[in-house]
Design a protein around this ligand. Structure first.
Ligand SMILES: [Zn+2]
Length: 116
């Protein structure tokens, strides 16, 4: 079973509250004064105050050799003809949407904000 049909087989069931709903919408970045990345642990992607590549003990996953890595994140508004909703893209989805890797976003700082 491919990934799409696998997801379709798990359509949202309001009785159980589980499953997926497909949304076809345009994604907009409405707020440009946002950080498009955050520092995270490399094990469970939990936010970190450590410096890039620093090894530390993660307070969330308790892994004693977590490494701080940047992770892309962008707050977006998804809009179709019926309305809109706010959402957050994280990780590879955010990198694909923004067309920059988390490392590029971290290295570029506010320079990237002007290009989006
Ligand atoms: Zn962690």
């Amino acid at each position: 079973m491919n990934k799409t049909s696998d997801l379709m087989s798990k359509r949202f069931n309001p009785l159980t509250g589980h499953g997926y709903i497909w949304v076809y919408a345009r994604a907009y970045v409405r707020v440009f004064k946002q950080a498009f990345w955050y520092m995270s642990c490399n094990t469970y992607n939990k936010v970190s105050s450590a410096d890039f590549n620093e090894t530390y003990e993660c307070v969330f996953c308790k892994f004693s050799h977590a490494v701080a890595v940047p992770r892309a994140r962008v707050y977006v508004e998804l809009e179709d003809l019926t309305g809109s909703l706010s959402g957050t893209m994280i990780g590879e989805t955010a990198e694909t949407f923004l067309q920059y890797t988390a490392k590029q976003l971290m290295d570029s700082g506010s320079e990237v904000l002007d290009k989006i």
